[in-house]
Design a protein around this ligand. Structure first.
Ligand SMILES: [Zn+2]
Length: 80
């Protein structure tokens, strides 16, 4: 192994990257993920894919159909 210790295997970096986007990890883990991403082009590409997917999901969540769905869900909750 070289002098560059890898605190993360790529598989766990991918897992943590998706948690990072969900805001479900602590600062120490987030730093380890960013450090890995800075050194690892394949994980960096994975993260940018995730970001693109998330942007797309957010765009879908703003659509009219999503609004109607969320309103219907609110009404169901009020009924309880
Ligand atoms: Zn990696």
């Amino acid at each position: 192994m070289g002098g560059d210790p890898a605190p993360f295997a790529c598989a766990s970096a991918e897992l943590w990257a998706s948690r990072l986007l969900d805001g479900r990890i602590g600062i120490a883990e987030a730093e380890a993920v960013w450090t890995h991403l800075a050194r690892c082009p394949s994980c960096a590409a994975f993260l940018s894919d995730l970001l693109r997917i998330r942007d797309r999901l957010q765009a879908l969540a703003r659509s009219e159909a999503a609004k109607r769905y969320l309103e219907a869900e609110d009404r169901l909750e009020e009924r309880d």
